[in-house]
Design a protein around this ligand. Structure first.
Ligand SMILES: Nc1ncnc2c1ncn2[C@@H]1O[C@H](COP(=O)(O)OP(=O)(O)OP(=O)(O)O)[C@@H](O)[C@H]1O
Length: 239
């Protein structure tokens, strides 16, 4: 086993005096895919923010390719291969689709051409302004913009939330394509448990900021007891 791409070692972190994550440890391998599950408010987004360097670390360390980056600011992490798609998407409303894509682009396999192949809708709308897009198109753009930085790790925070099923299908196909094609690892926070487990190799379940359970995703998919206890059956019940 080589060095993990990302390692969180006994990380306790939060906002100011409020501690949200408690003694969280996890590894993500190069090209790995990790699902982060758990009910609302357990700290899933805070985990993403901590990987990006936006929270206050109280204890523990974060390693990137074996290097301790615990004190590196968010822009260092972004410049060194960690990309984050926030729940809020945060695309630039007054820039065109194409400008949104090129504004933070870095060299690599993801270019306008490969992005437009994966998201033909964005190609059709490349001259539209960010604020003229539907919710689904905005989410595509947010993911595409993150890919244009040619990251080694992509953090996706509830990318399918609130989108029409047909758009969710399109995004799932795109995520599969991303994982199959390029050397890219993902951390996926998702309320749609079945989708999250289908897309990933491994999963952790958070409860009150701590890792309560970890398992290969295929195993957790069958473990309805754990899913019921810590995640709820919101999505499983829909199938
Ligand atoms: N900026 C902040 N300042 C202080 N507390 C915060 C902040 N953001 C989140 N929290 C608190 O941290 C806890 C975990 O929130 P977080 O958003 O990480 O959970 P989550 O699992 O992602 O939930 P959700 O599924 O609702 O997004 C909550 O109690 C929340 O109130």
């Amino acid at each position: 086993m080589g060095e993990p791409l990302l390692r969180l070692q006994n990380v306790t972190a939060g906002y100011g005096d409020a501690v949200v994550l408690n003694d969280v440890s996890l590894d993500i391998a190069e090209s790995g895919a990790l699902a982060v599950l758990g009910r609302n408010g357990v700290g899933k987004s805070t985990l993403m923010l901590t990987i990006m360097g936006f929270t206050q670390m109280r204890a523990g360390r974060v390693f990137w390719r074996g290097q301790d980056i615990s004190r590196q600011p968010p822009h260092w992490r972004a410049n060194n291969g960690i990309a984050w798609v926030a729940q809020e998407r945060e695309i630039f409303p007054s820039l065109s689709v194409e400008e949104n894509l090129t504004v933070a682009a870095q060299r690599g396999a993801w270019t306008l051409e490969t992005i437009y192949q994966m998201f033909p809708r964005l190609s059709e709308r490349k001259r539209n302004m960010g604020n003229q897009l539907s919710g689904g198109e905005q989410q595509m753009l947010a993911i595409a913009r993150a890919l244009m930085t040619n990251p080694s790790l992509l953090l996706l925070d509830e990318p399918f939330e609130g989108l029409a099923p047909v758009i969710v299908e399109e995004l799932i196909r795109a995520v599969k394509q991303m994982l199959a094609g390029q050397k890219l690892a993902i951390v996926l926070v998702e309320q749609h448990t079945d989708v999250a487990l289908e897309l990933t190799a491994n999963a952790i379940v958070l409860e009150r900021g701590a890792v309560m359970h970890r398992a290969p995703s295929a195993e957790l998919q069958k473990d309805t007891e754990t899913l019921e206890r810590y995640v709820g059956l919101r999505v499983a019940a829909e199938h």
